[in-house]
Structure formats: structure tokens, C-alpha cells
Design a protein around this ligand. Sequence first.
Ligand SMILES: Nc1ncnc2c1ncn2[C@@H]1O[C@H](COP(=O)(O)OP(=O)(O)OP(=O)(O)O)[C@@H](O)[C@H]1O
Length: 366
Amino acid sequence: MNGRHSATAAPPADRGTPNAVEAVGLTKRFGRHEALREVDFAVPAGSVYGLIGPNGAGKTTTMRILLDIIRPTSGRTSVAGEDSRTGGPDLRRRIGYLPGELTLQGRISGRRLLAHYAAVSGTVPRGRIEELAERLRLDLDRPVRKLSKGNKQKLGLIQAFMHDPEVLILDEPTSGLDPLIQREFLAMVRQVRDEGRTVLLSSHVISEIQEAADAVVILRDGTVVEVAGVEALRRSAVRRVRLQVQAVDGVVLEAGLADAGLTAVVLHPHDGVVDVDAEAGGPVRPLLRALANLPVDDLVLEEPDLQDAVLRLYGPQDDAGTGTADKRPDERPDGSVAAPSAAATTGASASDARIAPDRDRQEAGR
Ligand SMILES: Nc1ncnc2c1ncn2[C@@H]1O[C@H](COP(=O)(O)OP(=O)(O)OP(=O)(O)O)[C@@H](O)[C@H]1O
């Protein structure tokens, strides 16, 4: 996972699609601090990409370079096929930008402020501002300085969307929005994509990325640790597996669970059955095939969670290149101990762990 553009999954890009956003060898130093180091990624036109990563990873810096608000130390970026450094006001008008720290002051109303922005950003279709304000439930006649944080954010979103830009670059767009408005915003993003336009958005809300984005670029400490399709990344996450197995010889059970590729196995034998809590990575089919060899009475496979996959990549890397979040502590919240072998987990030797299957099965009425 250390390399850039790791192969967890190819992003769902059509190879023939031009890129709406590109960063090539992007490095940015602030004094001695290196905020970005050799960052490469591309966002194909007509897609929604999430730019995610822990605090200080370099998301805002990347977006500000894309907008030519700050200049890179080395490397280059382009938006809508134009170099960020040379695109000038013409390129700016083709982009909708929401800055991360929006500071809006003044006695003027939201309506007048947006009219001012519209004069700068180019043609805004008639009625468009009112339509967006209605969708986001914003009163355009209130003075800007009296607006709450969330309502100021709505103004910022309207100015980013109102001129139907080819590319939207949105830095934490749902920050401060209530859940209903967040939902409306995600619908607006999907609509932009359906129209063949492009969105790059940063967010700390992984569920929102899962809902809105086709792919993610994950930054950590100024470098790209992953570019992956959202669905493929989600499927790469470890799932929780819960089984109930009829009591069989402990060694047989252990071998069966190992064959199924289960890890972090915790066993709870009771009443002639064994409840198994474990984790499984990778595709489901080999797991099911291996489990078919055990007397399984019940099986729950939890949905893999994008958040788990992402958090793994947020943590510092170990020597093997996997995030430390992969390493589960031995101690579990319920006080039971995850052990490498079933016998050790039951607190017995392999021979002690054996359970008389026939008698127990009869007692369990199975
Ligand atoms: N103008 C600046 N001067 C000095 N250092 C800066 C400046 N802007 C950003 N940095 C540093 O660059 C690094 C990346 O910051 P950036 O704001 O891009 O991170 P981020 O991923 O957007 O973080 P967050 O999720 O907290 O918003 C941080 O270490 C930050 O302190």
C-alpha cells in the first residue's frame, strides 16, 4: 500500500475519457514543511471523486493549487484540460469552487452577494439562484452577517453551483449542514455527474463519500496512499463473520475455520454448539465453499464497511506496508481474548477443546 496508485482496485475510469482534473508530481513546501510530496492523481470527466485523508494530509493545499490560489513548489495541475497556472479568469469561470474556510461578512443580503459573484463567475441562468436557494432552504434576503454557519455554507454552495461549471472543487462542502440539506447536496452532486460534469470534493464523512463518489484519492502526510473505486475499496474491507457450528472435534473446527481464511477467531462453546466470531477478508465465494465442510447452523456475514477500509489507510504504515489499524489488539472490548488458534481461545489445549459431538448435538436438539 505504500506506493502511489495502489492496485486495490482500478478507479472506474473509462480509459478514453479525458481527465477533468490532473495533478502530476505535485510537491508543496511551506518553509521547511513539506505539505505535499510527489502527488499524482487524475479525475476523469463526468465522475465524482472524493479527496480524503486525516487532518493535515494536504487536501486543502491540493485544492488551492488546482485553483491557482497558491503555487506548487514543483509539479503541475490542470483543470478542464487547462494548466491551473496559466488558465486565468477564463478557467476560473469554468470551475465552481467552495473554499474550506468560508468567511462571509457584511450587511448586504445573500441575494446581492450572489449577484456580485455572478458578475464575476460568468453567465448564471435566470432563476437558477432562487432554485438552488429553495433546494437548500436558504432565505436570500437575510443579511450575510446574520446567517448561521450552515446558512453561510449554503451561500457558498450556491455560488459554486450557480453557473453550471464543468468542474466543481468543493472543500468539505457539507460542513455545518443539517442532515436533510446534506442529502439535498448529495442529490445535487449526482445531478452534476448525470449531466457529464465533474466533482472533486473533500470530506471527513465517509458515509457521504460512499453515497456520492465513484472513487477516492486518499492522502496521508502529503502523499497519495490509494486511488480506488469506492465500491471495490468497500469490498476490500474486512467483514465481521458470526457462525453457529455444531460442536465437533476442536482440531477439526480449527482446521475448518482456518481453511475458510477466518482470522481473529473467538469461540464461545455452549449447549452442544459453538458460536464463532471472526473476521474475513477477500471474496465471499471461497469462504462459503470452505464453510460448507463444517456443520454450520447459522451464518451472519456483515456488510463490509468503507469506513473500515479507509481507516486502515489513514493510519501510519508498518514495515509490511499495511496500516497499523490492521493490527487488532489482543484484548477485546468484551474482555474475551482473540487468539491465533481455537484451542488457545477456549483456554484449553487442542485435546481439551474437543467436545463430544454426538451427545451435545442431541442435547441441542439438532
Ligand atoms: N499557509 C500555510 N503555511 C504553512 N503551513 C501550511 C499552510 N497551509 C497548510 N499548511 C500545512 O500543510 C499541511 C496540509 O494542510 P492542509 O490544510 O492542506 O490539510 P487538510 O488535509 O486540508 O487538513 P484538514 O482535514 O485538517 O482540513 C498541514 O501540515 C498544514 O499545517
